[in-house]
Design a protein around this ligand. Structure first.
Ligand code: PEP
Ligand code: MN
Length: 364
């Protein structure tokens, strides 16, 4: 899966953002005082470049705090003037776009609940036509990279090339320490599918609680994400939304100061050595695939032999023997038991499929 849209590289339109791009601010704008005090405190941190604040809040159930609306945009404008930070808000309908732009919001973002609905994304896209405002697109709540790509492509179709994807995690039904499972493979797939797309991680909505933020933030940077959006609040314990996951300005400072920002490229000597090791890996992968192909050939031969002799495909005794033997060899070679089990199951399933195909073809 790939997309041929041409996103403008981040450094070409946010040249002063440094690396990584850090966006912070409250989950929701609650009052003039809360917003300006949070903004002034986080603007002191040199890493923070953009102030976020939710103005219209998508709440799971009615009756919960739904944001302050237009009034909050005035506070945000004042905060921008007072601190020099750029500003960003979530827009969920065309009217939000118009209002946000009226109050000089620099970057818009589409939330996870909006991105799941192509009608909503399309309606917002119509409102964005001819307006060259940068737009950030959160991942949809469901782990569906195509839906995420689709929303980005719709925004792009409005003529917008300044697009950032935000990775905020996915609904997940199994037990997990996270509010939303990070499923890192999905943003990585997005990066592969849309070259140049900057992706920033939103550890706040992944973690759901402050204590996990540092670990996820570091992991995001180590996986070459281009920045972080972290919720911060002057008084997190009394926040009207997402109180458990917001950090105080001091908490944000500690988190940011402790991040290890590793180089992406390394010096030429490092590059050479890396190249050497990668060549070795390429060669081994080639051998591995050849061996697998050879194994499948023999599987086919066994299949034909079983057909001739009217023998069943799956022979449990043989399979149990294989598992026991290969686990013993593999673990002695230092491979993990769980990994071996997964690998053997995968190979075995494919082998059975192959033989089933042979059986079908033979008409027996
Ligand atoms: C938010 O950023 O406050 C928010 C509502 O996030 P999401 O759309 O990721 O749930
Ligand atoms: Mn929030």
């Amino acid at each position: 899966m790939s997309s041929n849209i041409e996103i403008l590289p981040l450094e070409q339109w946010l040249p002063s953002h440094g690396s990584p791009l850090i966006i912070s601010g409250p989950c929701s704008a609650e009052s003039a005082g809360q917003l300006i005090n949070t903004a002034k405190a986080i603007a002191k941190l040199p890493q923070v470049k953009v102030l976020r604040a939710g103005i219209w809040k998508p709440r799971t159930r009615p009756g919960e705090f739904e944001g302050v609306g237009e009034e909050g945009l005035k506070w945000l404008f004042d905060a921008k003037r007072a601190t020099g930070l750029m500003t960003t808000v979530e827009v969920a309908e065309p009217a939000h776009v118009e209002l946000a732009l009226k109050y000089g919001v620099d970057i818009l973002w589409l939330g996870a609940r909006t991105v799941v609905n192509p009608f909503s994304v399309q309606a917002i896209t119509e409102a964005l036509k001819g307006i060259h405002v940068p737009v950030m697109v959160k991942n949809p709540v469901s782990p569906d990279v195509k839906l995420w790509m689709g929303a980005i492509e719709r925004v792009y179709s409005a003529g917008i090339t300044k697009i950032i994807a935000i990775h905020r995690g996915f609904h997940y039904f199994n037990k997990s320490p996270f509010r939303n499972a990070p499923m890192w493979e999905i943003p990585i797939e997005l990066k592969r599918a849309i070259p140049n797309i900057p992706i920033i991680t939103d550890p706040s909505h992944i973690c759901g609680r402050r204590s996990l933020l540092a670990e996820i933030s570091q992991k995001a940077l180590d996986l070459e994400m281009d920045g972080l959006m972290i919720e911060s609040h002057i008084d997190p314990a009394n926040a009207k939304t997402d109180a458990a996951q917001q950090v105080s300005p001091q908490g944000l400072k500690n988190l940011l100061d402790n991040l290890v920002i590793r180089e992406r490229q390394g010096n030429p000597e490092f590059q050479n050595k890396l190249e050497e090791l990668r060549t070795e890996i390429d060669k081994l992968d080639g051998e591995l695939l050849e061996i697998l192909a050879k194994r499948m050939e023999i599987i086919n031969e066994i299949g034909d032999y079983k057909i001739e002799n009217d023998i069943t495909i799956l022979q449990m005794k043989r399979w149990a023997g294989i598992i026991e033997d290969r686990l013993s060899i593999g673990t002695h070679l230092g491979l993990k038991r769980e990994f071996l089990l997964n690998l053997l199951k995968l190979i075995h399933t494919e082998s059975i499929k192959k033989q089933e195909e042979r059986f079908k073809q033979s008409g027996r």
